[in-house]
Write a protein that binds this ligand. Structure first.
Ligand code: NI
Ligand code: MN
Length: 227
């Protein structure tokens, strides 16, 4: 499994046969390493309905004839736009041609911003994605929560992406606790430095968790990491 960090909470994930994108936010993102029209994928996975996670979902899904996989309410929203969707919900898993997806809880919101106001977007989620026998836990936007210990105990997680930006999600201190609880082999900090409000030093985070014997990896936008 190959992960390319597209900045913020967005990843391109590739196996030898498939490509998917998680939480595409490239338009209007000052750190985006590529444009939405350059993204070639089989599926679009979304953790929740906030604009910094779904900004380019519609365009990428249309351009690629790709299915949008998301929590039920968010999937319905895109389905009503005529896109192909696969609704899931918290705790549910499904085997797709590219791999297995299981949605986890996340403590956050999921309102969908539209020109007519905020739409109800259901619950936010995290994603456990297994491809080629490797498991990637994308925690989504979330607060620290105790059940992360169970997510770590019940799943052999090779790599976890944790938000460290603070304000809207965990900050680096809580994310370091999350990293310890989840016990993944590798930890990638995400959801920082896109805006001033979420400015953080990812290297300081990596140093903090290194002191607990955990391996953090700072990916710059566009960097690829082989899991
Ligand atoms: Ni959010
Ligand atoms: Mn966000």
């Amino acid at each position: 499994m190959k992960l390319t960090y597209l900045s913020h909470a967005a990843f391109l994930v590739e196996s030898s046969t498939h490509r998917i994108v998680i939480d595409p936010f490239l338009s209007g993102n000052p750190l985006a390493p590529m444009s939405a029209s350059e993204v070639k994928v089989d599926a679009v996975l979304l953790t929740h309905g906030h604009s910094d996670h779904i900004a380019d979902a519609e365009q990428i899904a249309r351009d690629n004839n790709a299915v949008i996989i998301a929590p039920m309410e968010l999937a319905v929203y895109f389905g009503q736009k005529g896109l192909s969707v696969h609704p899931m919900h918290l705790g549910g898993a499904h085997d797709f041609p590219f791999g297995r997806v299981k949605l986890t809880i996340a403590f956050h919101g999921s309102g969908i911003e539209t020109k007519d106001g905020l739409l109800y977007g259901g619950n936010p989620s995290g994603i456990l994605l297994t491809m080629e026998n490797k498991t990637f836990y994308h925690a989504g936007d979330t607060a620290l929560f105790g059940d992360m210990q169970w997510i770590g105990k019940l799943n052999a997680i090779d790599v976890v992406a944790l938000p460290i930006g603070d304000n809207f999600t965990m900050g680096p201190g809580d994310a370091a606790i999350a990293a310890e609880w989840i016990g993944a082999k590798k930890v990638i900090p995400i959801h920082y430095n896109t805006f001033d409000l979420i400015k953080q030093d990812p290297n300081a985070f990596v140093d903090t968790i290194a002191a607990k014997g955990l391996e953090g990896i700072v990916l710059n936008p566009g960097d690829t990491f082989e899991v």
